[in-house]
Design a protein around this ligand. Structure first.
Ligand SMILES: [Zn+2]
Length: 363
């Protein structure tokens, strides 16, 4: 089973949590943490195996991994970036309650995705444009490469029968607010923004999804937006993380580039939209290896294929599609049904309540 199928299995809510896990909350720096042992038990995984600073729990096709002092958290080898690094307490590796509730739980058991709107439109957003060139490499500007990827993805997605809307289809400048306004017109749409990174010799691909209320952003987002402001896009938190997981898995698998992880941000284009959204960074314009790759039509076609795969993964995950036969299936060959909502108190992670989620304490 390929990694992408495993991620799909996660998204389809195939996981059966243990009927009861006694949560033992550990306090550190005024913040609540749960042990990996607790988390493993809750999701029906094996006992935690320790190797130096790393803790791994697994079961069948499922694996979760964390390391003391690191914000990297792996679910089936796909990298997610925690809001707070894992800590060690009395010899146990611990994860913050905020990360359990806002990241691990919706990815492992996306039960609320059952309310997702069926989609009929994909809004593709090529970053920058016009006087705003974005990041430059010796081969050309980010704005041109992003537009080329989007045009390629449009052709692929349209061939599946979905409607595709572009926020820009040529080299013009479109404000961020206007991009969000365009996207929000399509009630049954999803939004995918395409960018390329810059910054030293950084390399690899990464994805951003809107930080839920109370979750810190991992990026400077321009004008400060408080972690506790409700952004328009937060109405779609569950679908956002589902789309971002589907999309990031496709991006990592298709490109084969270094996985920099799925991160949280409050970029205007993902916070001011009313449909599920994700922003992908398809490599570094500032890195000689990445830049050369980005400048090739073959690599940009791979990115377009990753975007198509992201759309198909997402539609399958939320179970609202009649997909062509080329799409991945789970082990049984059928999309799994979403899990019913859990009501038993001990079947929810501590702090996880039916929507709206109680804001975590601000520390
Ligand atoms: Zn950009």
């Amino acid at each position: 089973m390929s990694r992408i199928l495993i991620v799909l299995a996660l998204l389809c809510g195939c996981l059966q949590p243990a009927p009861c896990a006694d949560w033992k909350v550990v306090k550190s720096d005024g913040r609540d943490y749960l042990t990996m042992d607790n988390i493993a038990e809750f999701y029906g995984l094996s006992a935690v195996r320790r190797k130096d600073r790393e803790a791994t729990a697994t079961s069948g096709v499922r694996t979760v991994r964390a390391a003391i002092g690191s914000p990297d958290f792996f679910i089936n080898n796909l990298k997610f970036i925690l809001s707070y690094p894992a800590i060690e307490n009395e010899g146990k590796v611990c994860i913050s309650r905020l990360d359990l509730v806002k990241l691990i739980e919706p990815v492992m058991r996306p039960s609320r995705i059952k309310n997702a709107e069926p989609i009929d439109t994909v809004v593709l957003d090529a970053g920058h444009g016009g006087h705003d060139s974005g990041a430059m490499s010796i081969y050309g500007p980010e704005k041109a490469f992003a537009l080329d990827v989007v045009l390629r993805a449009k052709a692929l997605i349209q061939a599946t029968g979905l409607k595709v809307v572009l926020t820009r289809s040529d080299d013009t400048f479109v404000t961020l607010d206007e991009r969000a306004r365009i996207a929000s017109q399509y009630k049954r749409g999803i939004f995918i923004a395409v960018h390329f990174n810059s910054g030293g010799y950084g390399t690899g691909v990464e994805s951003y999804t809107l930080a839920p209320r109370g979750v810190p952003s991992m990026m400077a987002d321009g004008p400060a937006v408080s972690d506790f402001n409700d952004c328009r896009g937060n109405a779609r938190d569950a679908e956002n993380i589902a789309l971002a997981t589907a999309s990031h898995a496709a991006l990592v698998v298709k490109t084969g580039l270094f996985d920099r992880g799925l991160k949280r941000a409050r970029f205007v284009v993902i916070r001011n939209i009313t449909i599920p959204g994700v922003l992908i960074e398809g490599g570094f314009q500032s890195n000689p290896y990445d830049a050369k790759l980005i400048a090739t039509a073959g690599y940009r076609q791979l990115l377009a294929q990753a975007i198509l795969q992201a759309v198909q993964n997402y539609r399958r995950a939320v179970g609202n599609e009649q997909l062509p036969a080329v799409v991945h299936t789970d082990d049984s060959g059928k999309p799994a049904k979403p899990e019913p909502e859990k009501t038993a108190k001990r079947e929810t992670p501590p702090g996880a309540k039916p929507a709206p989620i109680t804001p975590p304490s601000p520390n």
